[in-house]
Ligand binder design. Structure first.
Ligand code: HEC
Ligand code: HEC
Ligand code: HEC
Length: 385
């Protein structure tokens, strides 16, 4: 049971199976994709609305093959393609742990999917295309920490579910593992060793601190990563965070774009917005503090990998919606940034262009239409929640 509890932390079961202000594990959290919205289900042991009536075998089949107790196919918003690497013992322990939860009567929220994606049987085809058939060969030449990290990243911790680019059918694009993707209108970062757009400048200690507290000298966790840190990585054992760092630092640089410096007019326009609205909190960086030096309360945006990411979605979203620094056992006070939705599309594009190219960040400029599109998408998403 205790082993199962910790596996649930590593796999972040509660993070996805708990809706905002809802009962833990009772489901109802929405997942948005191009073809509609899928809601997580109730996995408390309630017999009517949860998985109280499921056998251990049925539970294994759900995690391993994406098939529910009634034989219907589950959608890959449930990351079973990664959970497939759990052993029988792992799923037995998880099952034992979930049985100890208080049963919550909470009927499932109906999915809203467009044709033909509303047909669950279609997933047979998806599984045939994208479900890994064999577990990867164990890399005996690597250290135990590396192997543990590899398993946590590509298996139970399902980092690729957000960090690997997806094709139109929501399958992982092969050859671009962990290079960053837009999922649910957040751009997750490139986690490979590229200095220009990945974790090339981070050391293992930076990664461990980030996974533990959601902050370090290079970035602050936002959006879906903030949820991941709050519900999963901040509760991991230190040796597991170190294992993840060991594995990620072994990834070869993989850079997907080339950068074009924005022109001087755009930079001047962006600087004007920055001075008026942002500089009160975001001091221009003098130098980056070492990992042992206390971090400033407000991120300095220079050398910030989130800001300089290949895709600007996360940066634009933070400007439009505001943000709050993560609350973790180690950081009990949250600092907030207000929403700047009242700025025009052009102003948001300009200030984002400015911070992405200033202080050595070196990212390309952003057009007004990107802001316009994201605003519309976020409105649509809010309606579906
Ligand atoms: C990234 C989000 C995510 C994570 C992490 C996640 N789940 Fe789920 N899970 C879902 C969604 C979404 C569904 C519903 C899929 C569907 O309706 O086809 C689901 C469905 C399930 C089901 C099928 C239940 C049913 O009633 O049909 C089980 C069992 C399950 N999850 C268990 C787990 C366990 C155990 C973990 C942790 C190891 C976990 N999930 C982690 C998103 C997630
Ligand atoms: C639910 C989606 C999701 C999952 C799962 C997820 N991430 Fe993230 N991650 C994001 C998003 C979105 C960002 C970008 C926003 C940010 O930097 O806070 C991000 C950013 C990061 C960053 C910061 C990179 C940078 O350049 O700033 C690291 C490191 C990271 N993730 C590691 C991981 C690891 C390790 C895992 C698996 C244990 C993981 N993530 C799983 C969504 C996710
Ligand atoms: C009242 C203070 C305040 C103001 C004003 C403010 N911010 Fe922030 N900002 C914050 C805080 C606090 C965070 C950290 C939130 C988090 O953890 O994601 C943040 C985070 C960010 C981030 C993400 C950095 C990272 O590494 O996570 C970006 C980008 C950003 N702000 C841009 C801006 C821009 C552009 C403006 C002006 C239009 C602005 N901010 C104005 C307080 C502020």
């Amino acid at each position: 049971m205790e082993r199962g509890r910790y596996l649930a932390v590593l796999g972040d079961c509660a993070g996805c199976h708990t809706r905002a202000h809802g009962a833990p594990f009772a489901g109802g959290l929405p997942f948005h994709a191009q073809f509609g919205t899928v809601y997580s289900t109730n996995i408390t042991p309630d017999v009517k609305t949860g998985i109280g009536g499921w056998t251990q075998g049925q539970f294994y089949r759900a995690l391993h093959d994406g098939i529910a107790a009634d034989g219907s196919h589950l959608y890959p918003a449930f990351p079973y393609a990664y959970f497939r690497r759990l052993t029988r013992q792992d799923t037995a322990d998880l099952y034992a742990y979930l049985r100890t939860l208080k049963p919550v009567h909470q009927p499932p929220t109906s999915n809203r999917l467009t044709f033909p994606f509303n047909i669950r049987a279609l997933m047979t085809f998806w599984n045939w295309l994208y479900l890994p058939h064999d577990a990867p060969k164990p890399e005996m030449m690597k250290s135990a920490a590396w192997r543990r990290g590899e398993y946590l990243v590509n298996g139970l911790g399902h980092c690729g579910a957000c960090h690997t680019p997806k094709n139109i059918l929501f399958g992982d694009v092969t050859g671009k593992e962990l290079t960053g993707a837009v999922v649910d209108h957040w751009f997750s970062a490139n986690l490979t060793g590229s200095r220009a757009e990945g974790l090339g400048n981070w050391n293992e200690a930076d990664l461990v601190i980030y996974l533990q507290t959601g902050r370090n000298r290079y970035a602050t966790a936002a959006g879906s990563m903030q949820e991941k840190v709050t519900s999963s990585t901040s509760h991991m054992r230190q040796e597991d965070r170190t294992a993840i760092a060991t594995y990620l630092k072994s990834l070869a640089p993989h850079r997907l774009n080339t950068r074009v410096a924005p022109d001087a007019t755009r930079m001047a326009a962006g600087q004007a917005v920055f001075i008026q609205h942002c500089v009160v909190c975001h001091q221009p960086p003098q130098r980056i503090a070492g990992p042992s030096i206390p971090l400033p309360d407000y991120p300095r945006l220079g050398g910030d990998t989130l800001v300089a990411g290949r895709d600007p979605t996360t940066v634009l979203r933070i400007i439009l919606q505001g943000a709050q620094s993560p609350l973790t056992p180690n950081a009990p006070i949250a600092y907030s940034m207000p929403s700047f939705a009242t700025l025009s599309d052009q102003q948001v594009a300009d200030v984002a262009t400015y911070i992405r190219a200033r202080w050595g960040n070196g990212a390309s400029s952003i057009g007004r239409s990107a802001v316009h599109k994201l605003r519309a998408a976020l409105k649509g998403e809010a309606r579906n929640n």
